[in-house]
Design a protein around this ligand. Sequence first.
Ligand SMILES: *Cc1c(COP(=O)(O)O)cnc(C)c1O
Length: 480
Amino acid sequence: MSARSWAEPWKIKVVEPIHMTSRREREAHLRAAGYNTFLLRSEHTYIDLLTDSGTSAMSDRQWAGMMMGDEAYAGSRNYYHLEEVVRDVYGYPELIPTHQGRGAEHLLSKLLIRPGDHVPGNMYFTTTRLHQELAGGTFHDVIIDEAHDPASAHPFKGNVDLAKLDALVKQVGADRVPYVCVAATVNLAGGQPISLANLAAVAAYCAPRGIRVILDATRAVENAWFIQQREPGQRGRTVAEILRALCDLTDGATMSGKKDSLVNIGGWLGLRDAGLAAKARNLVVVYEGLHTYGGLAGRDLEAMAIGIRESVEEDHIRSRIGQVMYLGERLTQAGVPIVRPVGGHAVFLDAAAMLPHIPRTEYPAQALAAALYAESGVRAMERGAVSAGRDPKTGEDRFPRLELVRLTIPRRVYTQAHMDVVAESVATLFERREHVHGLRFTYEPEYLRFFQATFAPVGADVVLDAEDAADERAPAFATP
Ligand SMILES: *Cc1c(COP(=O)(O)O)cnc(C)c1O
């Protein structure tokens, strides 16, 4: 049998030109951005792997749907379409749209958490935990230990450790645990999935104790694909069926449509309890907008309704994760230390392993992300101590075990050729890793500091030493 290459299951109708910059230009852009890739301008970026959030390419059907926006203040047709799709695909009867995922987290945290409560979760997510803390709750990580080990090959590194959950509930009492927040997949563990069996066990544990189970459904479609591929007995089911099975085990979900659902903006809170939904509908008016638009235009609601349907198509999800796997494979071949197994939305570089000469107090992952931009114009994101922030009680830096740089792949935006360029850029930087310098803060904001902090290199003028006599690197294109 002859080999048959993989190809994207779409063809290109509109293109957006991108530009390669010189090493000298990138050096200046980095300095102006305080060595924080969040503060770089998009137009100075060659391949933008900062995030998969809101960066998807919409389909022709979604763009056509945008023209069908019913921009009524109340009762827009597009709201009812979205409600129908969420009920069908995710199975939550009550839908409260929000401008994005954190809007839903805000409403949920305000409704369910009382000061002094405890909220367990399978690893923290930045905005999720902050909303829990602002509502007076304390977050507790109850993910399995394997999630914190970048070398563990566990197929479901997102799983909840039931023993950890039980120990917490026994310690604080079930009445101080309003809900368990289960993310599928787990972003900060490297896009790692949970198994259906694990979520079923969590639900069975929580139900008799009166503890709700809330799904962070942001990448639950990607999680469903992993279940289809890896969980015994699931091969014969569609991704859509598995997604529904995941949701059926939970009492509600917060959703960022900017990830799985292939839109640039949008989110929602899905619930089963009509009484709780009525309260959420009242609160959404205060923070987002009327309950039939939740801070979104009618056209945004329509694009999300269509995007949800496209997101569960088997061809789409297979190629989406296949592209991420491909990049992970190429980096592994080059000997670059990455989190294994590769997750659904991103390849995570193990910055602590890559840069052992930079102490954790000089933020190796922040330095690696900056150096990658200097080297290649590829923009990535820090996911380590800078993202973890400070402990609200002690004020000390939190040093999570994982010190990572995330190469996040937008959906339907880049081709396999772009992935080759990225792999070659990272491999080149890996060879020159001793030339990367650590960073120190020059400005540190109070909330979610990773977004807006600025830095300066420690003991050097640049984050990545220039190559001998070669300021201008050749573009990444090689002539075949
Ligand atoms: C992005 C994200 C959120 C927050 O959603 P926004 O749309 O960015 O507000 C919540 N949870 C997870 C796992 C996410 O990745």
